[in-house]
Design a protein around this ligand. Structure first.
Ligand SMILES: Cc1cc2nc3c(=O)[nH]c(=O)nc-3n(C[C@H](O)[C@H](O)[C@H](O)COP(=O)(O)OP(=O)(O)OC[C@H]3O[C@@H](n4cnc5c(N)ncnc54)[C@H](O)[C@@H]3O)c2cc1C
Length: 545
């Protein structure tokens, strides 16, 4: 009970002071433990680099991310300059331009950056829940991987060098323009036309969802004239020498979309009117290349971002629940909150552990990602590729959903303050999380794709064996249960026929996929727990300022 006090002294400052001092990596013993458990011989070096990077991400870039997240600082278009020249300039706040420059200068996709350093830096950066830089990073990774496989002309080799290692200290930014107005999931239905004119390829038509529209280069899907098959092209957004003059390469940016989430990121509608484009890879294999390489990397980044973001959500939830009292008790001491926090702690930890485990398999693939479901490699490698392909999709849909649960819990623990955009990052995390569930393959598309993939490889990779491979090390009873279930769910040859049996299988398949990936994550967590034993503590009061 309390007496009236006209000078109510209540203050959030102790919580805010704690929050302002948290270093995402140095104060997170669990994240450090994951590095030790999964990065093998590189762990020590990765740990050193992560600490250095985290000091920037946790303070300077965090503040930038907070500042640019307000409605009045959203990117906007200036279509013309003062002399009636069409420039289609995307105006963004100074902070995002600085942050982008500094993050890209880390040369994350250079061959001099080890795969584990790249991964851990992406994970740390993701805790800012800021897509204005993270999305261009994901797209640039896709551009680099694609060109590493296919660049074979002076132009495409130069673009590769610009995006991977920088030219004169300038690191190029990539984008990927696939979705059209008639559909984003159905890439083979693309209508953008590629025409050969005077020995060069030029693009004509529209793309309806073009994020990172401020990029230097975009990977673009288009159909060569007269072909029903989609090809893949790289388009310089400005031709050499034209960027300073703001003269775009044969296209207009018609408008920026007004979005629920990822609002710092310019997502545009674009009309191509003869943009010069360079083909990459065989022109009848565009879908396989864009899905197998570019979208797979973006899906991986969504998985990294959502799982690492959960660590931040959990950390802030726990601390606030200790700080905030109701009825004279800290929120955390109410059993209703306590079980929810326990549950989400497990969710966050297994998501992060699963992400590390999957990344270890991913970087072990010989020659990196490959297009399509099958290659000429030995059976064992083909199967490993298939495992990774399915796990990347499973991770994308599972962590996106789980991370949104985490944000909902955060909002609930913060009570009414939870929905205040300037009180915590949870509203932004939830809004961005909803976008993460959609882009790079919405849940239903990926569920359908996986069901189809299993059918298509059945001759050389029975689904029960894939499940056993994914769950290697689990209790044999658990593996047997999942193996039996998947065989039964695949007895329906596809998920397109509208009947009672297919509807039932769809419902069960959705649930099965989530459980399968959670089982994989549990194995990863158990493996990490059994790793080098070091005492692990939660973030307490960090000492630094
Ligand atoms: C903020 C934002 C930024 C984006 N940025 C980009 C970008 O930079 N580049 C780019 O190319 N795209 C981008 N996209 C587009 C995104 O990839 C598409 O929205 C997504 O692929 C889905 O396409 P769609 O919106 O046309 O939905 P549709 O394809 O119309 O799908 C609608 C619904 O139908 C379901 N569905 C479709 N096909 C199937 C199927 N075979 N089986 C079962 N269900 C199915 C889907 O799951 C979905 O629920 C962006 C989207 C958003 C929201």
């Amino acid at each position: 009970m309390s007496l009236p006090d006209r000078n109510n002294p209540y203050s959030f400052n102790p919580f805010l002071e704690w929050r302002s001092k948290v270093d995402y990596y140095a104060d997170d013993h669990f994240l450090q433990k994951m590095v030790r458990a999964f990065a093998g011989e590189e762990a020590e070096e990765v740990d050193r680099e992560a600490r250095e990077f985290s000091r920037k991400a946790s303070f300077r870039w965090r503040d930038f991310a907070e500042r640019i997240a307000t409605p009045e600082r959203r990117p906007y278009m200036m279509h013309y300059d003062g002399h009636k020249n069409r420039i289609d300039r995307i105006v963004r706040p100074y902070e995002i331009e600085m942050m982008e420059k500094e993050v890209f200068s880390e040369a994350l996709f250079s061959q001099s950056t080890s795969p584990w350093t790249r991964f851990v830096k992406l994970a740390i950066l993701s805790q800012n829940s800021e897509a204005g830089v993270l999305c261009p990073l994901a797209c640039t990774w896709g551009l680099v991987a694609l060109l590493e496989k296919y660049a074979d002309t002076p132009e495409t080799l130069r673009i590769l060098a610009h995006a991977r290692d920088g030219i004169d200290g300038d690191f190029a930014i990539g984008a990927q323009f696939v979705s059209e107005i008639q559909g984003g999931s159905d890439v083979p239905a693309n209508l953008l036309e590629a025409a050969q004119e005077g020995g060069a390829w030029r693009l004509y038509g529209n793309k309806f969802f073009c994020s990172a529209a401020h990029a230097d280069y975009a990977v673009v899907t288009a159909k060569p004239q007269g072909s029903e098959r989609v090809g893949l092209f790289v388009v310089p957004m400005w031709l050499p020498g034209d960027k300073d003059k703001e003269k775009r390469n044969g296209y207009t940016i018609d408008r920026l979309k007004w979005k629920l989430g990822t609002v710092e990121l310019p997502t545009a509608e674009i009309t191509f009117q003869g943009a010069l484009a360079y083909p990459v890879g065989p022109l009848d294999r565009g879908v396989a290349n864009v899905v197998g390489i570019v979208l797979t990397l973006s899906r991986l980044v969504v998985g990294i971002g959502m799982s690492s973001g959960m660590l931040r959500g959990l950390r802030e939830c726990r601390k606030y629940a200790e700080f905030r009292t109701a009825f004279g008790l800290p929120i955390a001491s109410f059993p209703m909150a306590a079980w929810q926090l326990e549950k989400h702690e497990r969710l966050a930890r297994r998501s992060v552990a699963g992400c590390f485990k999957l990344y270890r398999d991913f970087i072990a693939l010989p020659g990196g990602l490959a297009p399509g479901l099958t290659t000429d490699e030995p059976l064992e490698i083909k199967r490993k590729r298939f495992d990774v392909r399915q796990l990347v999709m499973l991770q994308k849909i599972t962590t996106a959903a789980d991370a949104n649960d985490m944000s909902r819990l955060g909002i609930s623990v913060f009570g009414g303050h939870g929905v205040m955009e300037d009180f915590s990052s949870f509203p932004r995390m939830l809004r961005d999380g909803l976008v993460n569930e959609l882009w790079e393959g919405p849940r239903n598309v990926l569920l359908t794709q996986m069901h189809r993939d299993f059918q298509r490889v059945a001759e050389w990779y029975p689904a029960s064996e894939c499940v056993a491979s994914i769950l290697r090390g689990a209790d044999p009873g658990i593996i047997e249960g999942f193996a039996g279930e998947i065989e039964e769910l695949l007895s329906v040859p596809h998920l397109f026929e509208m009947n009672a049996r297919t509807l039932e299988v769809c419902e069960r398949w959705d649930d099965f996929c989530a459980r399968l990936f959670h089982a994989y994550q549990d194995l990863a967590l158990a493996e990490a727990e059994a790793g080098p034993q070091q005492e692990e503590k939660r973030v307490e009061e960090p000492a630094r300022g």
